[in-house]
Design a binder for this molecule. Structure first.
Ligand SMILES: *Cc1c(COP(=O)(O)O)cnc(C)c1O
Length: 453
């Protein structure tokens, strides 16, 4: 399987190359040149467990890694999950919750980032390379990325986060990791500042080459691939085609569901649930993609107005016509908005506000004694809206454990349990972080001096 850029400037890359490159040099995102059609294999795969199923899907895309090695990397990726089958299931009336948060940092990002960590370890050892990973986080990505690569001798990881603006627990999940290859950089600024600093550092191609910089954000194709697995897996648990409702920020998670459907898994509807940052809900209803202001909500991992993975969807929407895609992106960059015909049939969407989010937490607790984190609550609220419209099984995608967001949970239901021993164990541990100025020079200087390369 070869990979190409959504903007047409790069093609013929191997899986391992696309893993190490992250973003394509023409500014596009990497996508597989064709999607495998799994229609004929589905009946054979029913009844496999999660890891066995992943061992069938991932090799279709990672054809340049020997199958036996890949199988072992997959086993290692999921051995730290506390659920025996990686993913957990809960039935709340006629809605099924798919729990993706049983990994080491208690958010769904572990499913992809544990795998990415094992892939980096393998690919870097193979080429005898050292990689400096630079990422920015508003909370969940940073700890999951760190947990994926901590302790690896061929990697240093640098995570930028806004000082005093991530939750205390999220900060502890990053700063208490003792491994020397982990560098937590608290920026005196906002999350947007962190993200633009990261983009500027990556845009300096000489510096990128000098330090061999790599990315772990959801532009990395391997993350999307790991996420395709659980959608395919879930769809085979039922006789009828299923629908998924996905709480969405960067569009990465729901895009993986879209790919699973394109590959032929029996998936009916893809329901997109946003918070007040509703750029994607508006796009799906009207076809207009336009930048808005970012609102702070109870579901901070979804407080995003420009969804980077959206470009991958547009690539398929335009029938892989890279010229059309480039024109769309150009128009969006310069004018702040761009328009296509509404993408009916692919997705349905709804935006959920703070009151509806809190009501969803209350309702699940009252009716089933089940505690939702605020991101999953956005999805659960949207499920209530879609349940009458959608036929067949409806799966609510649960992206974080409630213990990661106790304040939001308790503002809905003060007595709801929102604790986890893995988080309790962090309190009082020694922390390591460096506060740095919000300038590109400060970030670059830090990387140069601290990298163990
Ligand atoms: C990252 C994150 C999301 C959003 O996922 P996208 O792939 O950006 O759509 C939702 N919920 C939680 C808990 C997250 O950490």
């Amino acid at each position: 399987m070869k990979y190409c850029s959504t903007r047409g400037g790069v093609s013929g890359l191997s899986f391992v190359d696309s893993l190490l490159i992250g973003l394509a040099p023409d500014g596009g995102l990497l996508v597989p040149e064709q999607l495998p059609d799994v229609g004929a294999d589905i009946s054979r795969w029913r009844g496999l467990n999660f890891v066995q199923f992943a061992q069938e899907i991932i090799p279709l895309f990672a054809t340049d890694i020997a199958p036996a090695i890949l199988k072992e990397l997959i086993v290692k990726s999921y051995e730290n999950f506390e659920h025996e089958d990686v993913v957990g299931w809960q039935q709340l009336g006629d809605i099924t919750v798919m729990e993706l948060f049983h990994g080491p940092t208690l958010a769904f990002k572990d499913i992809a980032l544990q795998f990415l960590g094992r892939l980096f370890e393998y690919a870097l050892a193979l080429n005898n390379q050292h990689l400096n990973i630079l990422g920015a986080t508003s909370g969940d990505t940073g700890s999951a990325a760190i947990a994926g690569v901590c302790g690896q001798s061929n990697v240093d990881i640098f995570i930028l986060y806004p000082d005093n603006r991530v939750s205390p627990l999220q900060e502890l999940q990053m700063t208490t990791v003792p491994d020397e290859n982990v560098h937590c950089l608290a920026i005196d600024g906002s999350f947007d500042d962190c993200q633009s600093l990261m983009k500027e550092v990556f845009a300096d191609l000489d510096f990128k080459r000098e330090l061999n910089l790599g990315a772990v954000n959801s532009v990395n194709w391997a993350r999307i691939l790991a996420q395709v697995v659980y959608y395919g897996y879930a769809s085979l648990k039922y006789e009828e085609a299923v629908s998924f409702c996905v709480p969405t920020g960067n569009f990465g998670n729901v895009f993986a569901a879209y790919l699973a459907r394109q590959m032929g898994f029996p998936i009916e509807k893809l329901l997109v649930a946003t918070n007040e940052n509703d750029i994607l809900a508006r796009f799906i209803d009207t076809g207009e993609y336009s930048r808005g202001e970012v609102h702070q909500t109870l579901s901070p991992a979804m407080d995003i107005q420009v969804a980077s993975n959206f470009e991958r969807y547009l690539y398929y929407h335009f029938g892989k016509d890279t010229d059309k895609l480039c024109a769309f992106m150009e128009q969006f960059q310069t004018g702040g908005s761009a328009q296509i015909s509404p993408p009916e049939g692919d997705f349905m969407a709804t935006a959920v506000d703070t009151k509806q989010t809190l009501d969803a937490v209350r309702k699940a607790y009252r009716d089933y004694g089940y505690v939702l984190d605020p991101h999953t609550a956005v999805s659960y609220a949207a499920c209530g809206y879609f349940r009458d419209i959608v036929e067949g099984p409806l799966i609510c995608v649960a992206t974080a454990h409630p213990a990661k967001f106790p304040d939001a949970v308790h503002s809905a239901v003060p007595q709801a349990p929102a604790q986890h021993p893995a988080l309790d164990a962090l309190i009082g541990l020694p922390q390591r972080k460096t506060v740095i100025e919000p300038t590109v020079e400060a970030v670059k200087n830090y990387l140069r001096t601290a990298s163990s390369r």
